[in-house]
Design a protein around this ligand. Structure first.
Ligand code: NDP
Ligand SMILES: Nc1nc2c(c(=O)[nH]1)N=C([C@H](O)[C@@H](O)CO)CN2
Length: 247
């Protein structure tokens, strides 16, 4: 396991991204580092990408959020390496469908743990560091299905809805020093094992009918960070998905 040892000097105005060692989170982390931000990511499983991220100056902290110990250890590690936080981006997520192999209890518990319990505890624990420079941001990565539900990802959708509800609660609690917003994506990027038939069907669910890739999330994160008046809001990053069914 390659925890990068945080430098002896605490980071100032760090941007924390959970689940930043792959896909969307990693793309956002690399962009923000390239813009000159001090970036800290959490990762669960060791990955080849960690070496590249560390070479870019990104602090990588191993954290498995499935346990309270994992949450506590990550909070302690962030407090140790950062003396102020510019933004906290809750990206870590598990897209778990209902399955005969996992009990309903375990599915709902795991979905609520990563998508609601972790953001809830990290927001409360890190709020003081976030507001210390007078302008902090919390971004919750939710999902289009928070609004509609999902017959194949019931617990996942419910947990993302809980996360968006907390966007409103934390926006009210932390204003005006910290803004809190959701990004609710539709399809952003496929998984490697998605077959062609699935890919074609998934793209037709939005008006734009494309797989946009992580750049649209990068643009949205930077828009939120630069906007001094946006809080308690949800940016629907879904290619017009709600209107596609009406075509
Ligand atoms: N990709 C898409 O098209 C869409 C994405 N979104 C949302 O956007 C965000 C980014 O999506 P994407 O890049 O696909 O995310 P991924 O599915 O790639 O997951 C991101 C990371 O979350 C980490 N993670 C999962 N569970 C835990 C845990 N218990 N403890 C610690 N880390 C954990 C994983 O770590 P590890 O790999 O080590 O297990 C993984 O690297 C997510 O919140 C997702 O729900 C919403 C709609 C569409
Ligand atoms: N943590 C994840 N959440 C989601 C993913 C993913 O890969 N990881 N993917 C999707 C789909 O792209 C869906 O939006 C379209 O089929 C949803 N959430």
């Amino acid at each position: 396991m390659s925890n990068s040892t945080p430098s002896t000097d605490p980071l100032t105005n760090a941007i924390i991204i959970t689940g930043g060692a792959q896909r969307v989170g990693m793309a956002v982390a690399k962009d923000l580092a390239a813009r000159g931000h001090s970036v800290v990511i959490s990762y669960r499983r060791d990955k080849a990408s960690l070496e590249e991220l560390q070479q870019l100056g990104i602090t990588c902290i191993q954290a498995d959020f499935s346990s309270q110990t994992g949450i506590n250890q990550f909070i302690a590690a962030v407090k140790l390496c950062c003396n102020s936080i510019r933004a906290l981006i809750h990206n870590a997520s598990d897209w778990q469908p209902e399955s005969v192999n996992v009990s309903p209890q375990d599915t709902m518990t795991q979905m609520m743990q990563i998508h609601a319990m972790v953001p809830y505890q990290l927001n409360l624990a890190l709020a003081e560091l976030l507001g210390s420079n007078g302008c902090g941001d919390i971004i919750h990565m939710t999902d289009y299905v928070e609004k509609t539900g999902s017959k194949k990802h019931i617990a996942y959708a419910a947990s993302k809805a809980a996360l968006h509800n907390m966007t409103k609660s934390f926006a009210a609690l932390l204003a005006p020093t910290v803004k809190v917003n959701s990004i609710a994506p539709g399809l952003i990027m496929f998984n490697e094992d998605d077959d062609e038939a699935y890919r074609q069907k998934a793209k037709t669910k939005s008006l734009m009918a494309i797989e946009p890739g992580a750049n649209v999330v990068i643009d949205t994160v930077n828009y939120i960070l630069s906007n001094t008046y946006l809080t308690g809001s949800c940016i629907d990053l879904d290619g017009g998905r709600a209107l596609a069914s009406k075509k």
